[in-house]
Design a protein around this ligand. Sequence first.
Ligand code: CP
Length: 311
Amino acid sequence: MKWKHKDLLDLDVLQAEEIEHILHTAGPMKEILQRPIKKLPTLRGKSVVLLFYESSTRTRTSFETAAKILGADTTNFSVTQSSVNKGESLLDTARTLQAMNVDLVIVRHASSGAADFLAQELRAGVINGGDGQHAHPTQALLDLFTLKEKLGGFQGKKIVIVGDVLHSRVARSNVLGLKKLGAEVVLVGPPTLLPAEMNYLGVKISYDLDAELPGADAVMALRLQLERQQNGLFPSIREYAKLYGLNLERIRKTGKQTVVMHPGPMNRGIEIASDLAESPLSVIDEQVTNGVAVRMALIYLLIGGASSDVA
Ligand code: CP
C-alpha cells in the first residue's frame, strides 16, 4: 500500500485497511527491536523534532527511540529552555523549526486541536502525540497492535474501557480504531466521567463495571485524572476505587484469560491494583515495547517509503 497521508492527527481519517497496514508494518519493526544491534540506515538524513508542551515519559522516549533506530536525527525541543518562555507562539515556534528543514514534527499539547493547527500550517509531517482531551492516535495504535497480538483479531471481541472517559484522549482514539476494526466496545465509568454523548459508533455506555466484565476479552483501565477531583466529579477516590478499580479478584468475573491494559502512567491502588498490574494477565509492559514498534512504523510510513523496503 502506498501511504498517502502527510500527517497522523487521529484515527478518524484512516480507513480500516490503513490501520491494518500500520499494524502490519509494525510487525517487522518489533523484530528489529529484538536484535542485538538496533540500528538501521533507512531514514539517514531525515530529521524529526519532538515538540512536547506537556510532560510525557512513554510517548516522548518511544518516539525518540523509534526515530533513532531508523537512523533519523532527532531534536528534543524543551519548552522550559526555549523562547516559549518569552511569549513565542506555537505557530512561530513551529515555523522556526520548519525553517531548519525538519521532515517530521511530533507534537504534544494541552490544547485540543493544536496538532491539527500545525499540520495545516507546516510543510513537514505532523504526528499528534496527544492534544488536550481530543486524541492520542499513537497510543490507540499501540493498543490495537497489542490486542491483535493477544486476541488474533477484533471481530466479535468485547473490549471494556473503564475510568475517566470524559477527560481521556486515549479512550476517544481507541473507540475510533476498535470500532473501525469490528470490535464490540463498552465504556464504563461514573456518570459524571462518562458523557451520554459517547454513545456513538454503536458503543455501549454503562455505569456498572461488574455487570460488564463477564465475557470481556480485554479490559483497559484509564488513568483517573486526580487533578479533576476538586471539581467534585466523583465523591472520593476510595469510592471510585471500590466501584471502578480493577484488581485480580474482580477481573475473574470476566470468566476468561482477559487481557488487562493501561496506557500509563498508573495510579496504583486506584484504577488498577498492583496485584493485577503485575499479574500474567497484564500486558502493560508489552504495550510500552509495542509503542516503539508502532511509532517506528508510523515514522517510516510518513517520511520513509513503502513498507516492503523494511528490514
Ligand atoms: N500513555 C502515555 O501517553 O504516556 P505518557 O504521558 O508518559 O507519554
